[in-house]
Design a protein around this ligand. Structure first.
Ligand code: NAD
Ligand code: ZN
Length: 251
């Protein structure tokens, strides 16, 4: 595996602009279960039952009880791992421009990444479904579910549910970055949720190297990505940041 890490380090060092696309897999080693795959939430519940905007509109109390409350309990305790830190280190070295993340856990920012596009929004904030007032998730009173705003409206996380649009500014900037980068690191995502999943295709079509970091192959492997570094994100990204740093020192 070290030869693949060295290859990726050379690709990153040679690139004018590298960007990363991350998914739930980068945060599993921080104790946050992914949706799909072993231990994933979808083994227990149907996504369309709970994470679709229509389900929330139909029965917000059920979605709060089945999904949002549990996510809150997990996310407040989670801390960044070496993969989040490794991407932040690559940004510090001037080697990684932006992290485009599908995650809503805020761990990239906690690890020190500064340019982060939260493609699917953020769980750190809630907004009232009636008056749009925002409040920090950490400050919510969860004694009564669903939690309500002073105006009586129900709060919802400031995340993108299935069936909702990506905030247009996030989508536009992500597409621009994908089409303009020379390297895209695709870390811990099965690349099956659209439109995030098309970003590696945009990058590849514009001539970028697409490098996957994932213990499992994905639909991109062997078709869209140039190569897969098969391993857990924390170990691989940490080693990759060290290898890029070593290259910089010898340059
Ligand atoms: P996904 O489609 O991105 O699948 C998870 C991927 O991570 C799989 O390919 C799996 O092989 C890989 N993986 C597992 N452990 C890994 C590790 N240690 N290192 C690297 N890769 C690893 O994600 P999903 O779970 O299907 O989620 C779909 C949507 O829900 C996405 O928007 C996702 O970001 C969001 N979600 C976010 C969080 C979070 O904020 N942490 C958690 C669950 C789901
Ligand atoms: Zn309100």
């Amino acid at each position: 595996m070290q030869d693949l890490i060295d290859r990726a380090a050379h690709d990153i060092a040679a690139a004018r602009r590298a960007v990363a696309l991350t998914g739930a897999g980068i945060s599993t080693e921080s104790g946050i279960p992914p949706f799909r795959g072993p231990g994933g939430l979808w083994e227990k519940i149907d996504p369309m039952e709970v994470a679709h905007i229509d389900a929330f509109r139909r029965d917000p109390e059920k979605v709060w009880n089945l999904l949002i409350r549990g996510m809150h309990e997990v996310l407040v305790k989670s801390r960044p791992n070496m993969a989040h830190r490794g991407l932040a280190a690559l940004e510090d070295m001037g080697r990684l421009q932006t992290v485009i993340t599908q995650n809503v856990d805020g761990l990239h920012q906690q690890a020190g990444s500064r340019d982060v596009i939260e493609f699917h929004g953020s769980f750190a904030w809630q907004r009232c479904t009636v008056c749009e007032r925002r409040c920090r998730t950490a400050e919510l009173d969860l004694a009564v579910i669903p939690p309500r705003c002073e105006c009586g409206g129900i709060f919802r996380p400031d995340c993108v549910f299935f069936g909702e649009m990506i905030p247009p500014a996030h989508l536009a900037r992500s597409q621009q970055l994908a089409a303009g980068c020379q390297v895209m690191l695709v870390v811990g995502t099965s690349a099956t949720v659209q439109p995030a999943a098309m970003l590696p295709l945009l990058a590849r079509d514009a001539g970028a190297r697409v490098i996957e970091i994932n213990p499992e192959p994905t639909p991109l492997t062997g078709t869209v990505s140039d190569y897969l570094i098969p391993g857990p994100a924390a170990r691989v990204v940490d080693a990759l940041a060290a290898a890029v740093s070593a290259l910089q020192e010898t340059a």
